[in-house]
Unconditional design. Structure first.
Length: 340
């Protein structure tokens, strides 16, 4: 019997819980999940999952549940570290620093099931001998209370290698295909290998870099944004067209229908709150730098006018600053004092 793959999954929220379930479904892998705010509930009672893919599960647990990143073991190193956390590039610690204790140089494959552009660069710099994979996830899942996962949109995952000039292309491709096999082995999800990582990421940014911040700023979910007077024509479509133009300038021709496809991706009456809106409602940090800032900088660097996204970026930066003040990351002068 072949040895099980040892997987550390960092980020045991809604998407992470579904990913852990898929990876451990037919016992080809032992998955250790690192939780934060929901650790007490999940470690004691497991997850309560209501899933359009998996049905209803009560008390489901991964192989192990931790509230910290474990040290790498010389006898049983992790084969994969799957990162399903929000990628808050402007708030420490960095992802590379967070997972560093568990990484075995030259052995552990890092899988980034995260949103945004250029997210691999800090990881390849930190771990130059480790394969880094891209996971682009299309899923509707949320955690209305700790340990209670509701998945109402099927899980689709596209996996491919971020190219590392220090490594062999054949080994990167093989690692990506092996992870696809592990993730899809249970037959409950659609997981596909795709070599062109950049194309899949730019395509998802048409949704994420536009609807995500617009919903967070306005407080409207994706259904209500479509119902609100002028929001689609005046905000959503102009922003999406800027992403399409930036993608083209970067060498990625997206389908002519991509803007309408992304606007209509979620059924209107699902009234889906994208991740940034969910985070602003909870007072959490938003991952605007990788989702919005990086494609904006890439596009402007290539001469693409992006006025809508530039305004959205500064509005998101102001929201983030507010969150940082509340959480003690920045200080302001006392009322009535000189700010000089």
């Amino acid at each position: 019997m072949p040895e099980k793959s040892l997987i550390l999954l960092v980020g045991g929220g809604a998407v992470g819980a579904v990913a852990a379930l898929n990876l451990q479904l037919i016992e080809q892998a032992e998955v250790t999940v690192v939780c934060r705010s929901n650790y007490a509930v999940v470690s004691q009672d497991g997850y309560r999952i209501e899933s359009c893919d998996h049905g209803n599960l009560s008390g489901w647990k991964a192989f192990a549940v931790l509230n910290h990143i474990p040290e790498a073991s010389s006898s049983q190193p992790f084969d994969y570290i799957v990162c399903v956390t929000k990628n808050i590039a402007d708030v420490p610690p960095s992802l590379a620093d967070l997972i560093r204790p568990a990484v075995t140089p030259g052995r552990t494959v890092v899988v980034l099931i995260q949103n945004g552009l250029n997210i691999e660069k800090p990881l390849i710099q930190a771990f130059p001998q480790n394969i880094v994979l891209s996971g682009v996830s299309l899923i509707g899942a949320n955690e209305p209370e700790p340990g209670h996962i509701v998945q109402d949109f099927p899980d689709t995952l596209y996996v491919g290698p971020f190219r590392n000039p220090n490594l062999k292309v054949e080994e990167e491709d093989a690692a990506a295909k092996q992870f696809v096999q592990l993730y899809s082995a249970g037959g409950k999800t659609q997981c596909s290998y795709i070599a062109d990582v950049g194309w899949t990421r730019w395509r998802k940014l048409v949704y994420n870099a536009c609807l995500n911040p617009i919903c967070a700023i306005t407080g409207l979910d994706t259904g209500r944004v479509r119902l609100a007077d002028g929001a689609v024509e005046g905000l959503v479509k102009p922003a999406m067209k800027e992403i399409v133009a930036a993608a083209k300038a970067s060498g990625y021709e997206l389908p002519a229908t991509v803007v309408d496809d992304m606007i209509n991706m979620d059924p209107l009456t699902m009234y889906l709150p994208p991740s940034m809106l969910s985070d602003t409602r909870k007072g959490n940090f938003i991952e605007y730098e990788n989702i919005l800032g990086e494609p904006l900088r890439e596009g402007e660097k290539l001469g693409v006018p992006m006025p809508t996204l530039r305004v959205l970026y500064h509005l998101c930066a102001a929201i983030q600053w507010k969150n940082k003040e509340v959480k003690g990351f920045v200080t302001v002068p006392p009322k009535g004092s000189s700010a000089e």
